[in-house]
Write a protein that binds this ligand. Structure first.
Ligand code: ATP
Ligand code: MN
Length: 481
C-alpha cells in the first residue's frame, strides 16, 4: 500500500489530468475547513488538497491540524484558485498521526528564529529553510562522490579511532573504556596506564584522515576520504564544530599547482551540480537571504545575491598568490593603516587571522583566493619544503563570507627532509613508522587537501552559522539529539 505513494515533487511536475493518486505527508496549514497545504519533504512546494465541504466528518476534519500526518487519495484536477496549477480533490483522507497544534513546538505563523529552531532540531527539517538546506547538503555530498568517481579516485575509509595526533590540528577527544572515577590503572609515576585500556594504548577520535590517505595514494595513485572529523577546540564561532565532515583527496605524482587546480575544479563542479539539481531550493534560500539582508544597514549588505555569487564562483578563475604577496597587500592596505584590523599586520611570518583572509577575499580581490607557500613555522610538519629554506608548499583556499574552506599542501616525499623537520617540531618518528615507510619504499611526489564539508554547505546555502548546515550540531556544551 505505502509504495503506491506519489511524491509531491513528481506530481507538481505533471499536468492535471484527473489522474488517481495517493499522497502522504504532513499538514502545513488547513484553511476554511477545506484547503489543506500538504508537504512531504520532496519539495518546499505544498500540494493543495481540497476536502470538499460536506464530504467528510466533522470529527475527521478537526484532526487535520498543522503537523499531523495524512494519507490522501483522490484525483488531480486543474486548480480554480490562483497560486497553484493543480488541486488534489480528496476522496479519502486518513489520519496517520495526530498532532496537537498548540503543543507542536514550531509555530510557523510566528516566524521562529534559527536559534530557536536549533533547540527543536528534531523538527526543524519540517521548515522550508532547513528542508532546502538539507536537500542541498545531500546534493553536494552526492556530487562529491560523483566527481571523484568520474575521475577514477578510490574512496578510502580512514579510521575514526586513531592512536596518532595526525598533525596537532586541534585538541582531541579521548576514546577509552577505563573508569573515569579515579580508579583507572596507574603507572609508577601515577600517570594513567593506557596499556590496560581497550586498545592497549591511548586513542582518540580522528582530527584528519590525511596520513592514512597518503598510504592509499601511494598505492592507488588517487584516493579521497569523506568522513567525520572531531576537534575538541573550544572555539564557539559560526565556522567551527566539534564534529564535522571532511573530504580529503590525496594524489600521487602531483605537485602544489596540480593540487590547486584539482581543488578549484572540484569546488566548481559540486556547486554546479547543486545549481543544476537543486535550483528551486537555492532560489528559495537566495530569497530568504535577501530578505534577511534588508534588515541590515546598506554597507553591511552583500554586493551579490546568493545565486549571483555562486554563478560568479563557477565562472571565474580563483585568484592565486603567495603568502608573501598577501602580506604585502595587507600591510599596504588602508585597513591596516587606519588600524581597522583587530590584529595589525606586523610582517612576514605572522599567521593570518580570519579578518585578514576576509579582507583579501571580500575587499581586495572580491573572489575566492588560493594562497600558497606559507612560512614553514606556521604549517604542519608534512608539508614539502621549498628551496628558499623558509616556506613550504602549502595552500589555503579562502571563500567570501567563510574564510578558509580548504587547507592543503604538497607533501614532503624526501625521507631525510621529513625526519629532519619532525625532529625540529618534536613529532615522534617511532610512532609514525608506518607513515615514514612510504618514503622508504617507492616514495613519490604527492599532494592533497582537506575541504570542510559544512563550510562548503554554508557557502552554497548562504547560511550564516555552521550549526544550521549539519543536522545535529555538536559544539561546546551542546550535544542534544
Ligand atoms: P581554521 O583555521 O578555520 O580553524 P584549520 O586550519 O584548523 O581551519 P585544517 O586543519 O586545514 O583547518 O582543516 C581542513 C578544513 O577543515 C578547513 O579548511 C576547514 O574547511 C575545515 N575545518 C577545520 N576545522 C573545522 C571545524 N572545527 N569545524 C568545521 N570545519 C572545520
Ligand atoms: Mn582550526
Amino acid at each position: 500500500m505505502f509504495n503506491k505513494r506519489v511524491k509531491i515533487k513528481e506530481l507538481l511536475a505533471q499536468e492535471p489530468q484527473h489522474q488517481e493518486v495517493t499522497v502522504m505527508g504532513w499538514v502545513r496549514t488547513f484553511r476554511n475547513n477545506q484547503f489543506i497545504a500538504l508537504n512531504d519533504g520532496s519539495t518546499n512546494n505544498n500540494l493543495q488538497v481540497v476536502a470538499e465541504l460536506g464530504r467528510f466528518d466533522e470529527a475527521l476534519l478537526r484532526r487535520i491540524t498543522s503537523s499531523a500526518s495524512l494519507r490522501v487519495t483522490g484525483k488531480i484536477v486543474p486548480s480554480l484558485g490562483k497560486g497553484q496549477k493543480m488541486d488534489l480533490q480528496a476522496e479519502t483522507i486518513e489520519i496517520l498521526g495526530d498532532s496537537d497544534p498548540d503543543k507542536y513546538p514550531i509555530q510557523l505563523k510566528n516566524r521562529p528564529t534559527l536559534e530557536y529552531l536549533r533547540e527543536v532540531a528534531h523538527f526543524r527539517f519540517r521548515t522550508n529553510t532547513f528542508a532546502a538546506v538539507f536537500r542541498v547538503r545531500h546534493a553536494l555530498a552526492f556530487a562529491v562522490h560523483k566527481f571523484f568517481n568520474e575521475k577514477g579516485f578510490v574512496y578510502l575509509h580512514t579510521p575514526i579511532i586513531t592512536a596518532s595526533d595526525a598533525e596537532g590540528a586541534g585538541e582531541m577527544f579521548r576514546v577509552t573504556t577505563l573508569p573515569v572515577d579515579g580508579s583507572a590503572p596507574r603507572n609508577e609515576d601515577n600517570s594513567i596506564n593506557f596499556r590496560e585500556d581497550f586498545f592497549g594504548r591511548s586513542t582518540n577520535l580522528t582530527v584528519s584522515g590525511q596520513l592514512e590517505g597518503e598510504l592509499g595514494a601511494t598505492a592507488f595513485g588517487e584516493i579521497y576520504t569523506f568522513g567525520p572529523t572531531f576537534r575538541a577546540e573550544n572555539s564557539n564561532t559560526a565556522r567551527h564544530l566539534a564534529e564535522f565532515w571532511m573530504i580529503e583527496p590525496e594524489v600521487a605524482f602531483n605537485d602544489l599547482e596540480d593540487n590547486a587546480n584539482l581543488a578549484e575544479e572540484f569546488i566548481k563542479y559540486i556547486i554546479r551540480y547543486a545549481m543544476e539539481h537543486n535550483r528551486e531550493d537555492l532560489d528559495f534560500l537566495s530569497q530568504r537571504l535577501a530578505e534577511e539582508e534588508k534588515q541590515l544597514p546598506q554597507d553591511k549588505r552583500s554586493e551579490m545575491g546568493l545565486i549571483e555569487k555562486l554563478e560568479f564562483v563557477i565562472n571565474n578563475q580563483f585568484e592565486r598568490l603567495t603568502y608573501t604577496e598577501a602580506i604585502e597587500i595587507l600591510r599596504e592596505s588602508n585597513y591596516n593603516k587606519k588600524k581597522k584590523f583587530q590584529f595589525p599586520v606586523t610582517g612576514w611570518g605572522m599567521d593570518l587571522q580570519s579578518e585578514h583572509e576576509r579582507y583579501l577575499v571580500e575587499k581586495h580581490f572580491k573572489k575566492p583566493v588560493i594562497l600558497m607557500d606559507y612560512p614553514k613555522e606556521i604549517k604542519a610538519f608534512y608539508m614539502r619544503q621549498n628551496d628558499d629554506g623558509k616556506t613550504v608548499a602549502a595552500m589555503d583556499i579562502l571563500a567570501p563570507g567563510i574564510g578558509e574552506i580548504v587547507g592543503g599542501s604538497q607533501r614532503e616525499e624526501r625521507l631525510d627532509k621529513l625526519t629532519e623537520r619532525m625532529g625540529e617540531m618534536d613529532i615522534p618518528t617511532e610512532e609514525l613508522w608506518w607513515y615514514l615507510d612510504t618514503r622508504r619504499f617507492g616514495t613519490v611526489p604527492h599532494a592533497g587537501f582537506g575541504l570542510g564539508f559544512e563550510r562548503m554547505v554554508q557557502f552554497v546555502t548562504g547560511m550564516g552559522n555552521i550549526r544550521d548546515v549539519i543536522p545535529f550540531p555538536r559544539t561546546p556544551k551542546s550535544a542534544e539529539f
